[in-house]
Design a protein around this ligand. Structure first.
Ligand code: B4P
Length: 186
């Protein structure tokens, strides 16, 4: 299976992704995790990315697309993968479409994790990562509304979008996600 996970910051993509990749034996491709690892390793890309992440802005498309293009070539992606936090802009989605067309490996589904904004603030305040300060969260939500939300329509038009209610316990949300994925695998 080749799946994309879309949702606002703090919706719980990373949390659910861990369970999905274990259950369905998929590679977990989280651009947020990759950028944080690059930042902690103090690579050139990591240091550049940190300037954007710490302000709640998206890292430039060319940087992210290059990271994903390289990652998709790795052998563990052949059996399927979950893209967690990528694409986040229409330009990234178009670049992904081109890559997948060239490989002849189309997407199976795009899962949207739907969570209201008040709940996002509550969850992120509880996590307390460096980019979870209230003013940075607000900026990340602006970036989501302006740059990422248009992807919902982009994938709905292609018949790939499945909306999942992201309110409830982690287990309840995973059960809903599993229902969608089992239907696809079915
Ligand atoms: P990400 O790392 O993708 O993080 P996120 O959207 O903030 O979090 P996620 O939805 O995964 O939430 P989580 O499970 O952790 O992005 C960080 C930054 O990286 C971006 O702002 C951007 O700068 C950059 N970036 C990444 N990808 C990019 C791209 N493609 N293009 C450009 N820039 C990019 O859950 C959040 C909290 O909620 C946790 O504390 C969790 O325990 C809690 N939680 C989860 N589920 C819950 C539930 N059901 N109930 C209660 N709490 C819950």
């Amino acid at each position: 299976m080749r799946i994309i996970f879309i949702g606002p910051p703090g919706a719980g993509k990373g949390t659910q992704a861990e369970r999905i990749v274990q259950t369905y034996r998929l590679a977990h491709l989280s651009t947020g995790d990759m950028l944080r690892a690059a930042r902690d390793a103090k690579t050139e890309i990591g240091q550049k990315a940190e300037q954007y992440m710490s302000r709640g802005q998206l890292v430039p498309d060319d940087v992210i697309v290059a990271i994903i293009a390289r990652r998709l070539e790795e052998p563990d992606c052949r059996a399927g993968y979950l893209l967690d936090g990528f694409p986040r802009t229409i330009a990234q989605a178009e670049a992904l479409d081109t890559m997948l067309r060239q490989k002849g490996t189309p997407l199976d589904a795009v899962l949207e994790l739907d969570v209201p904004e008040e709940e996002l603030f509550r969850r992120l305040a509880g996590r307390g990562r460096a980019d979870d300060k209230p003013e940075v969260i607000s900026q990340r939500l602006v970036a989501y509304r302006q740059q990422t939300a248009p992807l919902l329509d982009y994938y709905a038009k292609r018949g790939l979008l499945r909306k999942i209610n992201g309110l409830g316990s982690i287990e309840e949300i995973f059960a809903r996600t599993k229902t969608e994925l089992d239907r696809l695998a079915g």
